[in-house]
Design a protein around this ligand. Sequence first.
Ligand SMILES: Cc1cc2nc3c(=O)[nH]c(=O)nc-3n(C[C@H](O)[C@H](O)[C@H](O)COP(=O)(O)O)c2cc1C
Length: 277
Amino acid sequence: MGTVTPKAQPGNPKPRMFRLPQRQALINRMGFNNDGVDAFVANVQRAKWRGVLGLNIGKNAATPIERALDDYALCLARVYPHASYVTINISSPNTKNLRQLQGGDALDELLAALQTQRTALAAEHGRRVPLALKIAPDLDDDQISAIAALLQRHGIDAVIASNTTIARDAVAGLPHAEEAGGLSGAPVFEPSNRVIRALRRELPAAYPIIGVGGIMSADDAREKLAAGATLLQLYTGLIYGGPALVGQCARAAARAAREGVDAAARAGISPRVSDAR
Ligand SMILES: Cc1cc2nc3c(=O)[nH]c(=O)nc-3n(C[C@H](O)[C@H](O)[C@H](O)COP(=O)(O)O)c2cc1C
């Protein structure tokens, strides 16, 4: 769920989401439209869902990028007790300058601060909630290895690859192809697999990589796992495949898991504390 920001914000003016059915793709520039973290947490507390719940945090559009840490820190503190894991989203193309947080020094500082804060939150709440960093598919190999090194240096538990792409080569010439925003669905499948493969080369075999981007079928889910993903997420596939896609992918993943990998356990992701009651 998310991305949530400290304060409520309207997101970008509509229209802000476009279908490109010829390529099973979407372009969106929603811009983190949300009611703010307090309303978000109230919703989470009312929810009946008792499975794994990832809560995804970001910064308000009005917060200057130099103050981004304040927003992430505030959101982390608020969502922490309610999350199975928390995603730090630094890869949306729809918040100005957000993706520059993926760069060396900025990322070093952000992860160091959030890791220190997590240690304090773990003591306060008696539970260490895993942190996952969500990155863009538009990164070169050097940027990916720098990120992999920082993930390990700061004890970040997982990486999510990937967010939407700003590339348009796969949809050139189609209606809406030139809309600003992030491209998702089938065209981001290979770019996100490339990032997953590069991360897997740089990270220990047991390090959880959550694979997302262009999973439109059970075969895609299997291929994502083969590229090195430990766990899977999908979004645009729901538009073109409907909710049945989730079960199809879960069964494909379960078959892959029976081949020797208990992915969720390996990721250290367990249901919320309240589930145990
Ligand atoms: C309409 C829409 C809104 C999205 N909003 C967010 C968001 O708020 N935070 C985030 O981390 N990713 C967001 N994403 C990115 C997706 O979570 C996912 O990383 C990306 O779309 C690639 O996966 P897919 O091809 O399965 O959709 C959004 C994607 C779409 C299509």
